[in-house]
Structures are given as structure tokens and as C-alpha cells.
Design a protein around this ligand. Structure first.
Ligand SMILES: [Zn+2]
Length: 145
């Protein structure tokens, strides 16, 4: 096993390895592969193979300086898109966390509005009819929770 690892390390030393550009092509290849399964298109299949082949070729390339330069160029060119994309992912994650939180809150608390000032209020569920005092206008009313 160690011998195998040593051979692998030796095989990969001095080669470009996996970089962002290679990863992007590998992902594109995977996506195209899925598209091939859906569309059965030969062109998409060839494109998928091309993408995967290119990413593997990059990984094994011994001209790592050139590959490094290409990767830098790719990173520069896609900086705008990548930051927008990561912003989108960030917002999406926040939205999920938010929704989960709200859902959990709704299970524990009953959320309702004050009848006089429309202030949002909450009370633990399952207590039956309770007397609520509005935190904003101090109106007292009966609410079933
Ligand atoms: Zn109120």
C-alpha cells in the first residue's frame, strides 16, 4: 500500500495536478455527461469527453508553469462571475437557514398580530386561551394558542 502511494506520489510529482481550471472542465464534463443521458446527443457526448479529457490532460501535464499561467488567466477572467456566483450561493444558503428557522419557530410558537396596533407577537403553542399583553401598545386581549 505504501509502495503504491509512493509510486502515485512519484507519478504526480512535477505534474500540474488538479487546479481550478481543470476542476471547471471536469464539472462541465460531468454536466454534459448527464445531458448526454437525457438527450442522447452525440455532439454533447463528444463535448463531454473533450472536457473530461482536457481536465485529465491538464492534471497529468508536465508543463506545470504553462498550466499555472492558464489557470491564473482563467481565474482573472472569471473573477466577476465567480464572485457573483458565490454571492448568489451565499444568499441562497441564508434563505434556506432563514426558512428553516421560521419553520421551527412556527412549530413552537403561534405568531399573530396585535388587534389594535398590528405589532407581530408570538406565544408558545398548546396553552389554550391565554391573555396577551401587546409589547408595543400594551393592549390586553385573549388569544387561543
Ligand atoms: Zn399592540
Amino acid at each position: 500500500m505504501n509502495d503504491f502511494r509512493y509510486r502515485m506520489a512519484k507519478f504526480f510529482s512535477g505534474r500540474a495536478g488538479v487546479d481550478n481550471l481543470g476542476r471547471a472542465f471536469a464539472r462541465a464534463g460531468l454536466l454534459l455527461m448527464i445531458l448526454t443521458m437525457i438527450t442522447h446527443s452525440l455532439i454533447i457526448y463528444l463535448l463531454a469527453m473533450g472536457c473530461v479529457g482536457y481536465s485529465v490532460w491538464r492534471m497529468l501535464s508536465k508543463n506545470y508553469q504553462k498550466r499555472y499561467y492558464e489557470n491564473q488567466k482563467y481565474m482573472e477572467r472569471t473573477a466577476g462571475i465567480r464572485s457573483k456566483l458565490s454571492g448568489f450561493t451565499y444568499n441562497f444558503r441564508n434563505f434556506i437557514t432563514d426558512t428553516k428557522y421560521k419553520f421551527r419557530q412556527q412549530k413552537i410558537y403561534k405568531i399573530f398580530k396585535c388587534p389594535s396596533c398590528k405589532q407581530k407577537l408570538r406565544a408558545p403553542r398548546g396553552r389554550g386561551k391565554i391573555e396577551v399583553t401587546c409589547s408595543k401598545c400594551h393592549t390586553v386581549f385573549i388569544k387561543k394558542v
